[in-house]
Design a protein around this ligand. Structure first.
Ligand SMILES: [Zn+2]
Length: 533
């Protein structure tokens, strides 16, 4: 396989090798589902990092399906038994959460006052978020897995191998953090906290441990002083982060999971724990973090800056997929000004699709944005987002129907059944983008006086072309060259003056087509107004 092949296919190829190796050792059969996993921390609402991880994992899943008909599943796992360490800044009614610090998220009331718990709310919002984009996944709640006993067998095994686990984790901790560290986090039966407890003894012969509710290792978490013995089964105890990751990999038999660069060490330790338990860790890829406008990392747990909803105000969500399709091993700036470029890339991918065969389509990034066989938009018109935005800026129009009317002159098919829905998204998005990011930043400039005769002459030629029924964009383009030469002006100088005057930029869309989209009479009127400005 070529190094240059699309990265989702490269990942899928190495996953398939992993799967075949397991099958050759008799550790699975071809009919068992191949399991992908993504993780979600429900202390906050789902955000663009959540979307990115699920979308990229789904790209690989689709690539995998192109290689084999083995069944696949994606488990979206919510860490809702994690204790809450501090009250997030962006939730309502923080005072209702404050008294519950140190408890599992699933034991804290919903600050929004809607669902049965804090994580119940976040989990619901996660599912709604993922459903909105049509992702196919199986949701798993950590609390449900612990309390229903799904993890029991693994927890018992883990308790029996606690020395092995300590041997893996302790050397990675700072010496002063090793004392009293335990992979287990008992839930205090009296006060309900699991960040406040310490483990004081292991009794693997009866699947139990001794605990003290003493404020945790640093003694800083609110605690009640209870102590005693607890079964490690049925949700009385959870395990700490790296061990927790290993526990679910091992219990479910996860085959593929990707993770941010900040979790490389965690993933390595989790893999060692899975092996210590007698399992085989998943394969996966670590991805570079996204950077915000200031070049700071956007972490998966803190949703700052650009949101998926925000992106969708300006462009179809598949243009965000086009952004995410870029090499995950390179850090990317995720900022508002990336939207136009990736929207045009997406449209080009859709247009290319129309002329590609099956082999070619596998190299088309949009292959990975949609399920095979699912409806996908087609784009056969020579209209892109830049053109729409330039029309909006040039004509100063904010009525979608008016802008769509211009596009129809350019290509009547933009509103037909095939293109209409995407055209509407582009027009609405371009108007919003102009309103929010460009109004004020693009300043139209009056042309130098020596250029005005050429501009007036071009206006006359466009008027005449309209009367002659001229629709050929090359012919219209050459009218501008003719007008420049007839007035001893460099064509480049004339084009620059026109773009500065019409759209407030030094460069713009191809001139002939742009004039056609404006409508030749209207374009002529705009040029005359420009020459007099
Ligand atoms: Zn307690």
């Amino acid at each position: 396989m070529s190094q240059n092949q699309p990265w989702p296919l490269r990942e899928a190829t190495s996953l398939l090798a992993h799967i075949e190796a397991l099958e050759s050792k008799g550790l699975r059969t071809k009919d068992d589902p191949v399991l992908f996993e993504t993780g979600y921390g429900p202390s906050g609402l789902p955000h663009i990092g959540t979307f990115a991880e699920v979308a990229r994992t789904t790209f690989i899943r689709r690539a995998f399906r192109s290689l084999t008909d083995r069944p696949t599943r994606l488990i979206a796992f919510s860490d809702d038994m994690d204790g809450l360490r501090k009250v997030p800044l962006n939730i309502p009614n923080p005072e209702t959460v404050e008294p519950h610090l140190g408890k599992p998220l699933s034991s804290i009331p919903d600050p929004f006052g809607v669902d049965d718990s804090y994580s119940g709310h976040m989990n619901r919002r996660l599912r709604e978020f993922l459903d909105q984009f049509g992702f196919e996944y199986d949701f798993r709640s950590s609390t449900d897995m612990y309390t229903s006993g799904v993890f029991n067998e693994s927890l018992s095994l883990l308790l029996g191998k606690v020395d092995d686990v300590l041997g893996i984790i302790l050397p990675t901790l700072r010496p002063n953090s090793r004392e009293g560290w335990s992979p287990f986090m008992p839930v205090c039966p009296d006060c309900g906290r699991n960040l406040s407890t310490s483990v004081t003894g292991y009794h693997s012969e009866r699947d139990a441990l001794s605990f003290a509710c003493d404020g945790g290792r640093e003694g800083k978490v609110a605690h009640c002083g209870a102590s005693g013995e607890l079964s490690v089964l049925d949700g009385n105890v959870k395990v700490g982060w790296k061990v927790d990751w290993a526990l679910r990999w091992f219990t479910f038999g996860i085959h593929y999971e990707m993770y941010g660069k900040d979790l490389i060490e965690s993933a390595q330790l989790s893999a060692r724990i899975v092996r210590a338990l007698g399992g085989v860790p998943p394969v996966g890829l670590f991805y570079e973090m996204f950077l915000d406008e200031d070049g700071k990392k956007i972490s998966k747990s803190i949703g700052k800056g650009i949101s998926v909803d925000g992106w969708q105000e300006y462009a179809p969500v598949e243009s965000l997929s086009a952004f995410l399709y870029q090499n995950p091993r390179k850090a990317k700036r995720l900022t508002w000004d990336t939207i136009p470029n990736f929207t045009d890339q997406y449209l080009k991918q859709l247009a290319d699709w129309e002329t590609q065969d099956d082999e070619g389509r596998l190299w088309n990034p949009s292959y990975f944005y949609f399920d095979q066989g699912a409806a996908r938009p087609s784009w056969k018109v020579a209209v892109n987002y830049s053109l729409v935005r330039n029309l909006v800026v040039c004509m100063g129009k904010d009525d979608p129907d008016v802008v769509t009317g211009y596009l129809q002159r350019y290509d009547a098919r933009v509103t037909d059944d095939e293109h209409g829905a995407l055209t509407r998204q582009l027009v609405r998005g371009a108007i919003a983008y102009d309103r929010d990011f460009e109004a004020g930043s693009r300043t139209k400039e009056a042309p130098a006086s020596e250029l005005r005769p050429a501009i007036l002459e071009l206006a006359d030629k466009l008027e005449k072309a309209e009367a002659d029924g001229q629709r050929d964009t090359d012919a219209l383009q050459s009218l501008a060259f003719d007008s420049a030469r007839a007035n001893d002006i460099e064509p480049r100088t004339l084009f620059q003056a026109l773009y500065r005057g019409l759209i407030g930029q030094n460069r713009g869309p191809r001139f002939g087509g742009f004039m056609l989209a404006l409508g030749l009479s209207e374009a002529a009127a705009a040029l005359r107004a420009l020459a007099k400005s």
